[in-house]
Design a protein. Structure first.
Length: 216
């Protein structure tokens, strides 16, 4: 029962519709009616500029951190469940809340920023590896969706490799939940992946750092 309550609290935190609120209060628009119609940091950046995008990114990232590191500290009985697993459950429900926010008709973002905040709190080294993969791919391709999907997929892979070949230890359930999160990110990016296959996915040319470096 205690875990269910913590998961509900985390879901409600994750459901905070940062992009929708910023769009409506500051810019008088519903971001879900512009650009890719997604209530996330990337679409905010695309439609309203980097300041709007970064503000949404930081808050959404913070939702994952709070759900993972703060919510599990609430003194509720969780039985014999490992603290690492409790934190992961809270983090995943926060990501689900971000994608399906109860406050604004269950139309939210794609879970990348909130998922990153969750993983920083639980598995900082695999998260750092995923960040490196993300930055490398968008620097080469300029496609945020590609970096997001491959970066998310790298988390359970790096967890398994680190668990097997180093002194770091990751609970099998934790690796399983990381796999679930990667699959969830794949699901939320399904339209992006279809556009990638068709060659129609938008490219952020400013992020293609390798081309900028070659021009010098």
């Amino acid at each position: 029962m205690g875990i269910a309550v913590l998961a509900l609290i985390s879901y409600l935190i994750g459901s905070f519709p940062t992009a929708v609120i910023v769009g409506r209060v500051i810019y008088s628009i519903d971001i879900r009616e512009h650009g890719s119609c997604n209530a996330g940091a990337t679409n905010m950046w695309r439609v309203l500029g980097w300041r709007a995008g970064m503000s949404v990114l930081l808050v959404d990232f913070g939702k994952g951190v709070v759900a993972t590191l703060v919510v599990p500290l609430i003194p509720l009985a969780v039985g014999t469940v490992a603290p690492q697993i409790v934190a992961m459950i809270c983090g995943i429900t926060a990501v689900i809340g971000h994608v399906f926010p109860v406050y604004v008709g269950f139309r939210g973002g794609k879970g990348i920023a909130t998922g990153a905040g969750m993983l920083v709190g639980i598995a900082p080294i695999p998260t750092g590896i995923a960040l490196g993969v993300f930055v490398l791919l968008i620097s080469i391709s300029g496609k945020v969706s590609l970096g997001s999907v491959i970066g998310a997929a790298s988390v359970p892979v790096s967890m398994g490799m680190l668990d097997a070949w180093t002194r770091l230890s990751y609970h099998p359930a934790l690796i399983g939940m990381a796999c679930f999160l990667a699959c969830f990110v794949l699901y939320t990016h399904r339209k992006n992946l279809m556009r990638l296959v068709r060659g129609e996915e938008r490219t952020f040319e400013r992020l293609r750092l390798w081309k900028r470096l070659l021009r010098r």
